[in-house]
Design a protein around this ligand. Structure first.
Ligand code: 6AU
Length: 263
């Protein structure tokens, strides 16, 4: 294989961040590398989806700022579901500002993301300060960060050099940066291990008419060496049965992982 697969078990001791080891434990215990993206606009709908797919996922991804009735009760209920079904919470905030501003966006405001989300993500465009700022807030709370190193959308302005520079920035903070949002495995020049979480995964659709591009779990896990598949509308799009689809993507993701181990 182009990207030799090392098992989740063997990689676990390479991580110092507690979120990364917890996540790997969940992936192994539940045999699931599936993260469901719950991009719904009503709190009750997000919670219902989380309860339905909870047994089949390692992680639930939220966009808190699209939830019309977001409040502390929602957060409490989501945390209960995360404990009940054992999944991690990933708020897909995509921070992109200077360190001082993202600290406030992370800790304060309506969403108080740092209080409830195990994982958040950030663009590296502003430079290292965005990581340092988020880390000062997140690390004492035992949180973790993913850096956007590539995107799934058509015509993305990410370049190979930007992707490589993003890995170099991660290597300055391996205690807080546990991985990337990317489309393929990204080896680190410093020899750190990173988890690659990959959106733009779908078994039935090729795109969404707004630039999203879908590949299969087999493509991203076997061909491109990624670690976690992120699936949204493939699971909850109207007309689809979220439980049946979550089971289907869990199996597709795990079968692809096993195939990549054998490859
Ligand atoms: O499966 P979908 O297309 O319904 O949803 C994909 C989810 C959305 C996007 O905001 C997000 O994944 N996403 C990201 C993330 C996770 O950062 C990056 C990217 O390159 N593409 C992408 O779709 O919630």
């Amino acid at each position: 294989a182009v990207y030799p697969r090392v098992s989740y078990e063997a990689r676990r001791p390479r991580f110092t961040n507690a979120v990364a080891t917890q996540l790997l434990d969940l992936i192994i215990a539940k045999q699931s590398n599936l993260c469901v993206s719950a991009d719904l606009t009503k709190a009750a709908d997000v919670l219902q989806l989380a309860d339905q797919v909870g047994p089949y996922i390692c992680m639930l991804k939220t966009h808190a700022d699209i939830i019309e009735d977001f409040d502390a009760k929602f957060v409490e209920a989501l945390q209960k579901l995360a404990e009940k079904h054992r999944f991690m919470i990933f708020e897909d905030r995509k921070f992109a500002d200077i360190g001082n501003t993202v600290q406030h966006q992370y800790a304060h405001g309506v969403h108080k993301i740092a209080d409830w989300s195990h994982i958040v993500n950030a663009h590296t465009l502003p430079g290292e300060g965005i990581i340092s700022g988020l880390k000062a807030v997140g690390l004492p709370k035992q949180r973790a960060l993913l850096l956007l190193a590539q995107m799934s959308s058509a015509g993305t302005l990410f370049t190979e050099a930007y992707t490589q520079q993003t890995v170099v920035l991660a290597d300055k903070h391996p205690d807080f940066v546990i991985g990337f949002i990317a489309q393929r495995a990204l080896p680190s020049p410093a020899g750190n291990d990173y988890l690659v979480l990959t959106p733009g995964v779908g078994l039935d659709d090729k795109g969404d008419g707004l630039g999203q591009q879908y590949r299969t779990p087999h493509d991203v896990l076997v061909k491109d060496g990624c670690d976690v598949i992120i699936v949204g509308r493939g699971i909850y799009k109207p007309g689809r049965d979220p439980v049946a689809e979550a089971k289907r993507y869990q199996k597709a993701g795990w079968d692809a992982y096993l195939a990549s181990l054998a490859a």
